[in-house]
Every structure is written in structure tokens, then in C-alpha cells.
Design a binder for this molecule. Structure first.
Ligand SMILES: Nc1ncnc2c1ncn2[C@@H]1O[C@H](COP(=O)(O)OP(=O)(O)OP(=O)(O)O)[C@@H](O)[C@H]1O
Ligand SMILES: [Mg+2]
Length: 206
């Protein structure tokens, strides 16, 4: 199996985690060795960083602290989990990755996107996803799907609209890697499209 990293991106509640899990279960059922992991988090150290990032009490966290914590989590997770799994020939499915920092800390918080892209490269050693699924939908409808509220979910609708447009810009800049999917359809319809696109991409690599 060639190295294959697939990531899921999109605003809160758009269906990333459920679609990542469905793809993982599908690959398992086909006997394709894979792992399902997430950002921030995915390793012991990174999950501890996740707790700091999402803690509702940390309302005074400044944008650069947020950015560097995400990058710290990403550096550890990439080195400790993603790269070893890829080296073992596993497909790695990751719920959020580099694009989330460009959308959230760049478009959302106003930090230079070029700086973030540069720091992403440093944190990951330049590891890019082979394929990214961007689930796009109305942010208010997406937010209504989720019950709990962490620190970032507490932001207003304008913030989330900036994230959405940040992601759409990334899709326009990287139309080959980042596949735009309409997240308003049923879970099954979206899963079927993801399966088809994934298989077509894998076949090209094999
Ligand atoms: N296509 C869909 N149609 C209707 N409901 C959906 C759809 N996809 C996901 N949901 C529901 O919306 C909720 C959020 O889905 P999920 O946790 O996968 O989103 P997420 O993008 O991972 O959110 P977060 O950014 O908070 O991690 C879940 O309850 C899920 O069952
Ligand atoms: Mg999720």
C-alpha cells in the first residue's frame, strides 16, 4: 500500500468525525490496514494539549498561544503517530490537520496565513495529506447539530463564517488535494461519495 494520508476538514458540526469513522470502518471491512486519529490530540502529549486548547475556562487565550499549542500538538502527533503508521503502509485518516490552522488561526484570528503555512511545514516536516475532504455547509445549521460547547464552539456565527470562507479559499488554492463536499446531504450520501473519491485516488497511486 503506498503512503496515504487522508484528512477531514470543515466547520464545527459539519460531520468530520462521523465521516472519518465511516471511512475507517469501510477500510477495515475491506481488509485495508488503517488508523483513525484526530487533531488536536491523537497521542498522549497532544491530547493533553487538546485539553488546554478546548477548555472553556481559557477565554483569555491569545491568538499566538492558540496557534503555537496547535502546532505543538501537530508536531508531536505527526512524529509519534502519523509518520510511523504511514511507514508501516497503513492508511492514516486524520480528523483535522494543517488546513484547520490556516482557517482558524489565519482567517479566524487574523494571524498571517503565510506564516501559518510556513510553521505547518516546520511542525510536520512538510508532510501533506494526499487527500483532504472539506465538508462545506451553512455554519449555523452545522453548529445546531452539536450539543456540547468547547472554547472555540463558543465563538459567534461571524467567526465560524470566516472559518468557512477560509476553508473555501484553501480549496480554491489546492483544488486537487482538497475535495469540496456538500455537507448538507445525508450521512450515507456523503459517505458514498467519499468512498468513490478515495478509491479513485488510491487506484491512481497503486
Ligand atoms: N450529513 C448529516 N446530516 C445530519 N446530521 C449529521 C450529518 N453528519 C453529521 N451529523 C450529526 O451532526 C453531529 C455532528 O457530527 P460530527 O461530530 O461528525 O461533526 P464534526 O464535524 O466532527 O464536529 P466537531 O467539529 O464538533 O468535531 C452528530 O450528532 C452527527 O450525527
Ligand atoms: Mg468531530
Amino acid at each position: 500500500m503506498p503512503e496515504f494520508l487522508v484528512t477531514f476538514e470543515g466547520v464545527e458540526g459539519c460531520g468530520k468525525s462521523i465521516q472519518a469513522r465511516l471511512l475507517y470502518e469501510y477500510l477495515q471491512s475491506k481488509g485495508i490496514s488503517s488508523i483513525l486519529t484526530r487533531e488536536p490530540g491523537g497521542s498522549d502529549i497532544s491530547e493533553r494539549i487538546r485539553d488546554i486548547l478546548l477548555d472553556r475556562r481559557h477565554l483569555d487565550m491569545v491568538p499566538y498561544t492558540e496557534l503555537f499549542l496547535y502546532l505543538a500538538s501537530r508536531a508531536q502527533h505527526t512524529q509519534e503517530v502519523i509518520k510511523p503508521a504511514l511507514a508501516q503502509g497503513k492508511v492514516v485518516i486524520c480528523d483535522r490537520y494543517i488546513d484547520a490552522s490556516v482557517a482558524y488561526q489565519g482567517e479566524g484570528r487574523g494571524i498571517s496565513k503565510n506564516l501559518i503555512k510556513q510553521l505547518n511545514k516546520t511542525a510536520t516536516g512538510g508532510l501533506l495529506p494526499n487527500l483532504t475532504f472539506l465538508l462545506d455547509m451553512d455554519t449555523e445549521i452545522a453548529l445546531k447539530r452539536i450539543e456540547r460547547e468547547d472554547r472555540l464552539e463558543m465563538e459567534g456565527v461571524e467567526f465560524h463564517n470566516r472559518i468557512r470562507s477560509g476553508y473555501l479559499k484553501l480549496n480554491r488554492e489546492n483544488p486537487e488535494r482538497i475535495v469540496l463536499l456538500n455537507g448538507m446531504r445525508s450521512i450515507k450520501q456523503i459517505h458514498n461519495e467519499i468512498k468513490d473519491i478515495f478509491e479513485a485516488r488510491m487506484m491512481k497511486l497503486e
